[in-house]
Design a binder for this molecule. Structure first.
Ligand SMILES: [Zn+2]
Length: 544
């Protein structure tokens, strides 16, 4: 079976008028003026997350702008499909899914291994190691799915891009298992798929400077499957063998094409029928694949432009690590580190966010699109995605603005903690002994205060810009936190274990919660006068 991902119509998209379509990558700018493509339309949300990274990676690899002027021009007036087809064709050899030559994101060597069902490429399914341990109770073993070449290609790309740990020799992705990605999302005047791609492409020079070795020749240094896999660093008994793929050994674009897993799809025996993922009819369904351990093991400091990172010091050694989604989802609690640098905790937003701040125009009302899996070690528990506003702040006030915002997020975090502790105190005679996860109390609190946070941010931005005193804005935010804290407490406090119930304890915990929330620590974070008297008032909802 021949199926070249640059020629075939395999990317599901939607046009402005709602028409769904399957396109080849070069067609992304087709009919741009009269009825442009506005979104991806894959059958799974995580497939859309993978596809957009495939397209960004492709454009970054062969069609990156040389300078800012070119970027601005092409953001509005994209290259024609024919121009894209021509530049994409320079890497045509790397995008063949079947055939006798190198196969897209599959191992160069033909190896022997037991065939597994193609559902193993879905990140929520148990990996090879889990199967050996016989603990794959979530998804039944040997359940056999069949995928059309489109779904199978997306699944393969998603798997290599997000690769979870899979036991000895089964390597994680270049950004670890199930990394978080943050992309710049355009406003109404930048709402096409092309613009989404191009907003997340860096100028060539800036991209090549991040990490990796741009001096390496084209070919395997970019697309690892064009030659024999560099067998990753792994352990057998007490011995280590294999080597790391460090930034000096691979081209920067390999960040989009990393191949931690040694996989060969069985494209030799396709069948006919309906795809189990998209439901579409196909005469070339793929049902099985082989995998062996020992894929590329990405070591050293790789800094993927779409992922936020943080510094971690352990045993006297400082490492820069990619951020991963955590249980509870993505919301403004992660503002520091995703949108704004957190120099105290050494958390830094993705490179693309820095780039956006440089590129942005005042009229742009863009958002950050953050997505990723919440991983339970070897498999995904769930998929999270969320958007946050990206405000334009005059560089002259940016520092002041960011200081206040940092205080606002930290104050919210304190109040969320207070609320959870108070619920525990209300529930249990000895809160310290309380077992079980009550993170839903926090999760609800963050969700309920999210709109008030974004309103406060907008007001703060305007207030600082006009030279006004922003104290009222911070006081309003403080009130919103206190009111929601008590509301969350009241919603849960009476629902504790009945055998430990004590109404008096609930009343005391509630009173203490009010005191903590109006205490010195939180007011200092918000830079509010410590002797301020305003507890218990109802916050007036602001006009939108
Ligand atoms: Zn399909």
């Amino acid at each position: 079976m021949q199926f070249n991902l640059l020629d075939e119509f395999w990317i599901p998209v939607t046009r402005q008028d709602g028409t769904p379509e399957m396109i080849a990558p070069w067609q992304v700018t087709g009919r741009f003026v009269e009825n442009p493509i506005v979104s991806l339309n894959a059958p799974r949300a995580d497939f859309n997350g993978a596809l957009i990274q495939f397209l960004i990676g492709l454009v970054q690899t062969v069609a990156a702008p040389r300078n800012n002027a070119e970027w601005r021009k092409k953001l509005k007036e994209p290259p024609s499909p024919e121009e894209l087809k021509s530049v994409f064709s320079t890497v045509h050899v790397a995008f063949e899914l079947g055939g006798n030559g190198p196969r897209f994101m599959q191992d160069f060597e033909i190896f022997n291994a037991e065939e597994g069902g193609v559902e193993g490429l879905l990140i929520e399914s148990p990996g090879a190691h889990t199967k050996e341990l016989n603990i794959d109770h979530f998804i039944k073993r040997n359940s056999s799915l069949a995928m059309c070449p489109s779904c199978c290609s997306i699944a393969l790309f998603a798997y290599q891009t997000n690769s979870p740990s899979g036991g000895p020799g089964y390597m994680t992705s270049l950004r670890g298992g199930g990394p978080l990605s943050t992309l710049i999302l355009g406003d109404k005047t930048h709402a096409t798929l092309w613009q989404l791609i191009y907003l997340n492409v860096l100028e060539q020079k800036n991209f090549l400077e991040i990490c990796g070795n741009p001096e390496l020749p084209l070919g395997k240094a970019m697309f690892p499957w064009l030659g024999e896999t560099r067998k990753g660093r792994r352990k057998k008994g007490s011995e280590f063998y294999g080597e790391y793929t460090t930034p000096d050994l691979a081209h920067p674009v390999t960040m989009f094409w990393a191949m931690p897993r040694r996989i060969r799809l069985n494209v030799e025996n396709p069948s006919s029928g309906n795809c189990d993922i998209c439901g579409g009819n196909s005469t070339t369904l793929i049902s099985t694949y082989k995998e062996v351990p020992g894929g590329e093991s990405y070591g050293g400091t790789w800094l993927h432009p779409l992922t936020p990172y943080y510094e971690k010091t352990a045993k006297g050694e400082t490492n820069i690590l990619p951020v991963h989604a955590q249980p509870g989802g993505i919301c403004y609690r992660h503002w520091l580190g995703l949108v704004q640098q957190d120099s105290v905790a050494n958390r830094m937003p993705a490179r693309i966010v820095h780039e956006f701040i440089e590129r942005a125009r005042n009229s742009w009302q863009f958002r950050l699109w953050a997505f990723g899996y919440d991983m339970d070690n070897m498999k995904a528990r769930c998929w999270y995605e969320s958007t946050m506003p990206l405000l334009q702040v005059d560089p002259a006030y940016r520092c002041e603005f960011e200081n206040y915002v940092a205080g606002m997020v930290k104050a919210a975090s304190e109040v969320a903690n207070n609320t959870r502790s108070a619920v525990k105190k209300a529930w249990f005679h000895r809160p310290g002994d309380a077992k079980g996860d009550i993170s839903f109390v926090d999760a609800g609190f963050w969700m309920q205060t999210e709109q008030a946070f974004y309103d406060a941010l907008k007001n703060l931005c305007m207030g600082i810009g006009s030279g006004a005193n922003t104290m009222t804005i911070r006081q309003t935010w403080h009130q919103a936190l206190c009111v929601q804290s008590i509301a969350s407490f009241d919603a849960y406090a009476w629902e504790g274990p009945i055998e430990d119930a004590d109404p008096k304890r609930v009343v005391v915990a509630r009173k203490e919660l009010g005191m903590f929330n109006h205490g010195k620590k939180i007011k200092e974070l918000l830079e509010l006068p410590v002797k301020q008297k305003s507890p218990g008032k109802v916050v007036k909802k602001k006009d939108k």
